[in-house]
Write a protein that binds this ligand. Structure first.
Ligand code: ZN
Ligand code: CU
Length: 485
């Protein structure tokens, strides 16, 4: 009689590769999947009845700002509650490490005030994560804006050769200590003056280390085609794969243009490795800035340092109560964060359905009134867009959040339900899975997630964290993974 640590009995396996579902039991031993099939005779220390449930690979959140959440709230409830088992941190040019700073400019303040920027090296950050593990795994990017803030006295100019050398050295240290790549955010003030040449020079260690390049591009509106061209050029000059972060078309003038951008992306993918992520909402969220306000149909304040009482309120109300115009009100309550309704639903759907699009929440876990994507992204794709709107089949939805990101981020042996793979799993009810977080009530955990399992240990069950902390720091491995197709 075979004996395992854990058996999930009677579920329907969707394996993350896009292959059709199949009824099977899944057995786990030593943190890995040990057997898949009819396991009637098998015994286990722990059995979970999976009847009526889908057994899928744990979801990989391809785009997060969870650098600090891993340390501060190791239960990782916003993500564990959605079935996420791995988060990719350090996106949009901002990572917590390496940087020691008492005070940081926006948007670095989205993930922490000065007190949290206390890691002189990436290794110091990784060691703290490993000394106090979280419930979920992490794969970490190094932010170019973080490197700039830690290296340059003024940010409104390209870096000098000496500064480039210093940033390159910090990136090399981080890659040696386990970072998976570099992120940039040339859209944002701390990196707006950075040229493509600067990024290519700073990113020089990526190719040898097998790292990748992720970017919140310089422009997601009128000049998006130029921004895509710059991104492709940087990727090919660096000789590394590119991830276009949270692909979107912002501003009414650009609505509908995803047909154009996805055609450009598809064409480019035949010549160099490019992929993209997106979140399933038509509103974005980031720092509050007056220049962005005019582009949006509606703006909601997510936090304000000077006026915390305004969190959750429409900027239009705030402006009225301050007796100011929208832009002046935005200036008056900074530093602050906001939600911007800037996208077209048809673009969101077209981008989500594109075969190379991964799912990334882009959630901002420290906002007082966060965008609902923080708690709702994955169940919203599976429930709203897949089951209710039939945008794609369930196997394809699961692939976009498991096998595809595991292959693109080089997370070997993850993102698939296969014998020998890490036992990172999500059990969910396909009939009831749904996002519960809304713009008015953004902190509500999703429904329909029965269990989230990391390395064979149950970290979330019956709507609550279990207290288990099996999370690991994952390195990028560029050998082919089972879901590389
Ligand atoms: Zn971004
Ligand atoms: Cu982001």
């Amino acid at each position: 009689l075979l004996s395992y640590d854990l058996v999930l009995r009677g579920g329907t396996v969707i394996d993350g590769t896009g292959a059709p579902r199949a009824a099977a039991d899944v057995a786990v031993s030593g943190g890995r999947i040990a057997a898949i099939g009819r396991l009637d005779g098998a015994r286990a220390e722990c059995e979970i009845d999976a009847a009526g449930l889908v057994v899928a690979p744990g979801f990989i959140d391809a785009h997060t700002h969870d650098d600090r959440l891993l340390l501060e709230s190791p239960d990782m409830a916003p993500k564990a509650s959605q079935g996420v088992t791995t988060v990719v941190t350090g996106n949009c040019g901002i990572s917590l490490a390496p940087l020691v700073a008492a005070d940081v400019p926006a948007p670095l303040d989205l993930i922490g005030d000065g007190g949290w920027y206390r890691f002189p090296t990436f290794r110091a950050y990784r060691e703290e994560c490993e000394a106090r593990p979280a419930a979920l795994n992490a794969a970490a990017l190094v932010g170019h804006s973080t490197l700039r803030v830690g290296t340059m006295a003024t940010l409104d100019r390209p870096a000098t050769p000496a500064e480039i050398g210093a940033m390159r050295g910090k990136l090399a240290e981080a890659l040696a200590a386990g970072a998976i790549g570099l992120s940039t955010g040339t859209f944002y003030p701390p990196a707006r003056a950075a040229t493509a040449d600067e990024i290519v020079a700073v990113g020089e260690p990526l190719a040898a280390a097998g790292g990748l390049y992720c970017t919140h591009m310089r422009d997601e509106g009128d000049r998006i085609v130029e921004a895509l061209d710059e991104t492709f050029a940087i990727g090919s000059r660096l000789g590394v794969p590119v991830v276009v972060s949270h692909h979107k078309l912002a501003g009414r003038r650009n609505h509908g243009r995803s047909a154009e951008t996805l055609a450009i992306l598809a064409e480019r993918m035949r010549r160099q490795p490019v992929c993209l992520d997106c979140y399933p909402y038509r509103a974005s969220s980031t720092m509050l800035s007056a220049e962005r306000v005019g582009q949006a149909e509606r703006v909601i304040v997510t936090w304000s340092k000077t006026r915390p009482d305004f969190a959750g309120r429409d900027l239009a109300d705030v402006a009225k109560s301050l007796g100011l115009g929208l832009e002046a009100a935005a200036e008056a309550i900074r530093p602050a964060g906001a939600i911007y309704f800037v996208m077209d639903e048809a673009d969101v759907r077209r981008i989500l359905a594109f075969p190379e699009t991964m799912i990334g929440s882009d959630g901002l876990p420290h906002d007082a009134r966060p965008h609902p994507r923080l708690w709702g992204t994955f169940p919203r794709v599976l429930g709203h867009y897949c089951r209710d709107e039939r945008l794609f089949g369930l196997e394809e939805a699961v692939r976009k959040m498991t096998g595809l990101p595991a292959a693109r981020f080089g997370l070997a042996g993850r993102g698939v339900v296969a014998v020998g793979a890490a036992a990172d799993l999500c059990l969910f009810d396909p009939a009831t899975i749904a996002d519960a977080a809304t713009f008015d009530d953004p902190d509500r955990p999703a429904t329909g997630i029965a269990a989230t399992i990391v390395s064979g240990r149950v970290v979330w069950r019956n709507g609550a964290p279990t207290g288990e902390r099996p999370g690991r720091f994952l390195r990028r491995e560029v050998t082919a993974s089972p879901a590389a197709g």
